[in-house]
Design a protein around this ligand. Structure first.
Ligand code: ADE
Ligand code: ZN
Length: 315
């Protein structure tokens, strides 16, 4: 089955072996972030973010990011993904400096163009990081606005949802919108309905996760009526302990209530998942088959931050 993925963090998709290889090349000791089997090791979400940022620390140059993107897109293509949107961060790529960001972006866009010829299309969504605060988010938004165009087509926010209010970041979202970028925001992963409503007030068409809307029937109705698309990452939610297992996950209940859900992996090696595994578990837990998977991919095609020709090819 051909798949569309809308929510994949580039650094979070780095295979541990790739990060270990770079660390060895650079003489950096990263042994503390891996378990005995060589997987990323963390306990809880805050620790996950620290391990993620430590792994990201060895990605230092545009060439490192180009190598990473090539590896990630190759793996996605092997999973049957034909189009993917990746969160990329000017914070990690040059510390929010526009000239440096342009160099990283040029290296990544070249890889993306090459991989398009090999059957996997992609777009980059600039992400700011909530726990780094509104000032650093503004620098990311400026980088996004200045480079909006061929490959950069969206803007979003990840990071610790418990830190600050989404509305503290309104300037950055306004700046990105004025540059013509599509908008999405992580909310309703750790935070409840109030956090989701704040994110919606930024004018996003999509939510990263959004699944805790399940606690609020009025919000579910609002999401369904507005056609807000959820970038649901069930394997991530289960690995991080938000729901105990697949049958308990609300994705099927949200879809039955008329909410447009899509399926992504978030940070696949951290959560021991892949797009095939997500689809297999959804089939097992909810009896989903071709009809449901075709529907979620149609919703993903509709919601993708891409041009009309690309969208037509994805449908
Ligand atoms: N960054 C990478 N993965 C994330 C997640 N699941 N939630 C928030 N920020 C993230
Ligand atoms: Zn995410």
């Amino acid at each position: 089955m051909k798949k569309i993925e809308l929510h994949l963090h580039l650094e979070g998709a780095a295979p541990p072996g790739f990060i270990r290889g770079l660390a060895a090349e650079k003489g950096v000791d990263l042994s503390g972030i891996f378990d005995a089997r060589g997987h990323y090791a963390y306990s809880g979400f805050d620790h996950f973010l620290r391990v993620y940022e430590a792994a990201t620390g060895v990605l230092e140059t545009p060439r490192d990011y180009a190598r990473l993107l090539a590896e990630v897109l190759e793996r996605s293509a092997e999973e049957g993904v034909i189009y993917t949107e990746l969160f990329v961060s000017p914070e990690f790529c040059g510390g929010g400096d526009l000239a440096a960001w342009r160099d990283y972006l040029a290296a990544m866009a070249e890889v993306a163009a090459r991989m398009r010829g090999q059957g996997i299309d992609s777009r980059g969504l600039v992400t700011c990081i909530r726990h780094f605060g509104p000032d650093r988010a503004r620098a990311s938004a400026r980088c996004a606005a200045e480079t909006a165009g061929d490959w950069i087509t969206g803007f979003g926010m990840g990071g610790a949802e418990a830190m600050g209010r989404a509305t503290d970041f309104a300037w950055s979202f306004d700046c990105a919108r004025e540059a013509g970028l599509g908008l999405t925001c992580h909310a309703g992963e750790w935070g409840g309905p109030d956090s989701i409503r704040q994110a919606l007030s930024l004018g996003v068409s999509r939510l990263g996760h959004g699944v805790r809307a399940i606690d609020d029937p009025a919000l579910i109705r609002d999401l369904a009526e507005a056609g807000t698309v959820l970038e649901v990452c069930p394997g991530s939610n289960i690995a991080l302990g938000i729901w105990p297992d697949w049958p308990a996950h609300p994705i099927a209940r949200l879809a039955e209530a008329g909410v447009k859900v899509t399926v992504s992996t978030d940070d696949p090696p951290f959560f021991h998942t892949s797009m095939r595994r997500e689809y297999d578990r959804l089939a097992e837990a909810f009896g989903w088959g071709e009809t449901e998977f075709r529907q979620i991919n149609l919703w993903a095609a509709e919601a993708a931050f891409c041009d009309a020709d690309t969208r037509a090819r994805l449908r």
